[in-house]
Every structure is written in structure tokens, then in C-alpha cells.
Design a protein around this ligand. Sequence first.
Ligand SMILES: Nc1ncnc2c1ncn2[C@@H]1O[C@H](COP(=O)(O)OP(=O)(O)OP(=O)(O)O)[C@@H](O)[C@H]1O
Length: 502
Amino acid sequence: MNTADNVVEMRSISKGFNGVPVLNDVSFDVRKGEVHALAGGNGAGKSTLMKILQGVYQADAGEILIGGKPAVINTIQDAKAAGIGMVFQEFSLVPSLTVAQNIFLTAEPLGPGRLIDDRAAVRRAREVFAEMEVDVDPRAVVSRLGTAYWQLTEIAKALAQNAQVLIMDEPTASLARHESEALFELIDRLKQRGISIIYISHRMDEVYRLADRITILRDGRHLLTAPLTDVTPEQIVEGIVGKKIEGQLSYRARDHAEHTGAPLLEVRGLNAGPRVRDVSFVLRPGEILGLAGLMGSGRTELARTLFGIDKVDSGEVLLHGKKVTLASPQQAINAGVALIPEDRRAQGLVLDHSVRDNLLLPLLGQIQRGPLLDGAKGKELSSSLIKRFAVKVAHPHRPVRLLSGGNQQKVVIAKWLGTDPDILILDEPTAGVDIGTKSEILDMIRALASAGKAVIVISSEYPELLAVSDRVLVLKDGSIIRDIPRSEIADEEYLQLAVQGV
Ligand SMILES: Nc1ncnc2c1ncn2[C@@H]1O[C@H](COP(=O)(O)OP(=O)(O)OP(=O)(O)O)[C@@H](O)[C@H]1O
């Protein structure tokens, strides 16, 4: 293949931060109209490579060619001019503005007197959405729209700026199932129009559904680039993780699986706001309970209520047979409940604080010596958690925000498991984590249950939910509509139908 067929070519890129190498001699190319998956473990360097292509970082060595010609991409503006567009994972729109205003925020069509011409912007935005074959009202205020529409607006914004290559970093992370399918269909259409997509995802099914080729990075080095037709899922997993992983997503029987002990948690007629309605269930030691439901079904709200964040309107919660008041997270923690939240950046971490401080936050009680903190003990505790969860960090005193997304998730999990809770609630625990870590997290969940704890898992990924749950509660509009033992769930499809209330 002639290099001129590549819309983007990155050659021998190297990059380090403060002397720590992150990318080492990495080459990567993208052809016109292809979806190229970029895969690799947490911290492998995917985002860093893409930030170099977007002009956010400059490479220490190597070169970039656009359409076969050497290009200098030192700023985000350079990248835009070169036809590189980014669909941000944490959306970069201004919520108080309309869709059209956001699309043309930096490049408004100017009317007479050089004012922002709203009518022209709306007209042009309509054209872009028509080309995308999606239905979005350009006059709608962004804050009133759901995540899927934010994403469509981001894509429209890049296309309006003539992007030829779109970088999508975990684009389905906050989408419901049907929204993800709509996104895949849009990607198919964009491809047909000759747009190239760089697709970063830890989800293997998406990679196979969409990608023409895959490039795998491991520890900052290029491992392979191949058409998807030439590699098996097992080879990809092994390439990413560096070892074979078997039976990751199959349900395994465990010790304590009969769950005959006295209930650890009893919820009776719980009402909290509009999304938790008359919820009752029992959770016994050793049990893993899956919560399934569509977006907005009340899964997250139920978790937040049990952790003392959302206010209880009526009903009772019993822990170890005793009635408890869960009016604050502190009360919940004291009672032995821990929640690993869905939105880890907002709720799970203090991003500017060090990895060590974040890990020790819920453990302060354990390292207190009189009025002081025992520094040595803190160091020991945090180091052992970093080791146990294989958090990839140059030094524990580095701020958490410098960690890759997946490693931030590991810090959140390590932090809460360090508190040794009796009841652990995990809301989308594997979002953003690589396949190796995912399998470790699922094993951790199983191990906790085997040790006699009780676990509640919320996950939109059915294979994952079915791999760990002994029982699944299906929620709809805040109420439990089904309570199904794992043995009765034949397959994913069965669960999907149950969730839809069929
Ligand atoms: N600004 C920075 N300063 C210091 N180190 C950084 C910075 N940005 C990234 N790193 C480090 O570079 C490495 C690669 O991170 P990167 O975000 O590129 O990984 P990734 O492959 O995208 O991972 P993930 O799948 O977890 O998102 C990580 O070890 C990270 O801590």
C-alpha cells in the first residue's frame, strides 16, 4: 500500500513525561474510510498517542504525515486544520448554549456586522445532521439533552470543521444499549462517506462489530497492527494483557454459594425520590446480587440511597438484623457499606491529591495514632493496596489525575476494598478498564463473596453481570419487576427481554 493512501501516518513516535518513557518508537497509520481500533491495557499509551495527533502534546521524537505529507501539529488548531477531529469522552460542550451555538462556537458563520448569525448556524447545523442522517434539533439547549445527543453534537461539530479523521475514546461508555447501536450505524455511514475513525475501546464486541484493523500497544510499544479478519479474540486479549485469560466471562460456582446464612442486608418497602419505589429484597452472606435495568430504571439511585447519599422517604433498612439509619455516607461506611460509584472522577477521587492520599481517605481511622497520623503505617497500607491492585503509577505521591483512566478506576476500587466492607456496592465497576483488569475485578468480586461478604453489582454489560451474579433483580421505573436466580437465566437474550419487561 502506498503511504499516500494513509490519511494519517505517525512514524516512530516517542514521548516521555518527566523522564518516564510513555511511548517508545510507536508507528500507527489510518487509511481513508476505515475504522481503526486502538487497543491496549490501561496506561499502555493510547490516549497519549492520540493527544500527540491532536496537538495537545508534542512528541519527543518521530514524525506525523497527513495525506502522505509531513505535517507539523503543535496545537489543537493545527490538528483541526489537518482534518483531525476528536469526540471527547468527557464532553467539551457549553451546556447553557444551543446545539447550533456549540457546533459553531469557534467558527461561527458571521452575518452582517460580524455578529454570530444564529439563523445561519441553525441552517448549517441542520445540514450537518441531515448528512449524518440523525434527528437533532439545532435550537435545543444542550443541558436539556441526554448524553447521546451531546455526543452527536460533538460529532457534528467535528464534521462541520471538515474533519476527515475522528478520534473516539470509549464513545459508548455513557450510552444505553440502543444508543450504542445507533452510534455504530452512524459510524458505518461516516465510513461510507470516506471519514476515518480511530476507535479506542476496551470492549471486544464493539471492536469486532466496527473495526477494519486493530493496533495494539503494550507498555508504550507497538505490538501489532492487523486486519480484524486475521486475528482471533483470544489473540487480541493475549496481546493486550500479555498472557492468556480463560473463562473470564463465565459464571463460576463458589464456596458459600447456597446463601443460607442470616440476612446481611434487608430492605423493606424503601422509597426515595421518584426512582426508588417500594423496593424490598434480602441479601445474604456470600451472595452476589446483580441489578439490571435500562438507563433511568433506578439502579444507581438505589445504590446511592443504600450508601446514604440520597434521602430515604420511607421504608426500612436492616443490617445484620438491626434497623439502621443511612442518612450520610459516613453512617453507611460505619455500618460496613461501601459504594464504588459510577462517575469515579466526580465522586470517587480527589484528582489533584496524590494516589496515596486518595487510597488512605476512607482508612484514616486505621492509621490514626492519638491526634496524629501514623505516616509509616499509611505508607505501608497504601503501598500494599497499590501492589495488590497493580496500579500503574510512577510514585504514590503523584496526583491521581496523571494516571490513565483505567488506573484511576483501580484506585477507586482499591480505596474502598481497603475499608473491608461487609456490603460492597459496585456501579459499573469495569467501565474504562482493560480486559486483564476487568477479569481481576470480577475475580475480586467473587473472592469477596466467597469470604462471606455480600456484593451488589450494577452493570450494563450483560455478559459481565451474568458472569458474577447469583441472582438478578430487574428494575423498571424505580421498582423491582423481576427477581431471577442465575440458574433460570439461559443467556444474555433472556436477560435483555426481562429488562425490557417482556
Ligand atoms: N501529563 C502526564 N504527566 C505524567 N504522566 C502522564 C501524563 N499523561 C499520561 N501519563 C502517563 O502515561 C501513561 C500512559 O497513559 P495513557 O493515558 O496514554 O494510557 P491509556 O492507554 O490511554 O490508558 P487507559 O486505557 O487507562 O485510558 C500512564 O502511565 C500515565 O500515568
